[in-house]
Design a protein around this ligand. Sequence first.
Ligand SMILES: Nc1ncnc2c1ncn2[C@@H]1O[C@H](COP(=O)(O)OP(=O)(O)OP(=O)(O)O)[C@@H](O)[C@H]1O
Ligand SMILES: [Mg+2]
Length: 231
Amino acid sequence: MALMELRRVSKIYHEHSDREVRALDDVSLSIEAGEFVAIVGSSGSGKSTLMNCLGCLDTPTRGQYFLDGTDVARMRGRALTHIRSRTIGFIFQGFNLLPDLTALENVALPLQYRGVPPAERLQKAREALISVGLAHRLNHRPHQLSGGQQQRVAIARVLAADPAVLLADEPTGNLDSASGAEVMALLHRLHRAGRTVVLITHDPAIAASAPRVIRLQDGHIVQNYDTNLSV
Ligand SMILES: Nc1ncnc2c1ncn2[C@@H]1O[C@H](COP(=O)(O)OP(=O)(O)OP(=O)(O)O)[C@@H](O)[C@H]1O
Ligand SMILES: [Mg+2]
């Protein structure tokens, strides 16, 4: 079975009692372990809703979602949090770093929540930062780093937890083109090293660099194709 498999998933929001928004409308989709998939589509087409469902940040109104073989569509609370935190790492446009913590402390913090002892979490955080090319920035705070470096700290924070899947919602949306290229090169490298990467983008060049592209429109998948890149 695929690593992530949506079967006829709908996500319906009720704006007023009489009006419903079908953010996802009967979507079926399989993503295998080790894939690199770009999700594209105009604003409001359902991209973030799809990513939030894939990442168990949100639950479908209807349908089934098998994540690593488990139907998580009806799961809630701690069970859902547990499967999410051991499987999925999120990367957002806004980095979401804590401004008063150094790069090292930002990366180590989620490990603290997981109960990893202090020496071990600093070691893991250091290794993760070195792996994203930031060995020389361990003790810098976010405002002392470029946007691209901040995003790499955010990626290191995800990597320290060693998730199988990286879900990235416009990870280069706040970056200039050089920093964006740097972050994309890192995501491609992580993919080659075996991670599954699902990325939302508005940038046609970034979509074209993905081996597989899924296009959403009004909550439907209207295109789902391989770009024939071997990567
Ligand atoms: N919490 C919510 N409550 C009500 N409607 C919502 C909610 N979240 C999303 N929607 C609606 O669902 C639809 C899909 O939204 P979504 O955020 O998935 O779009 P998107 O493709 O990510 O757009 P963008 O490119 O602007 O980020 C939109 O019509 C949006 O207004
Ligand atoms: Mg969005």
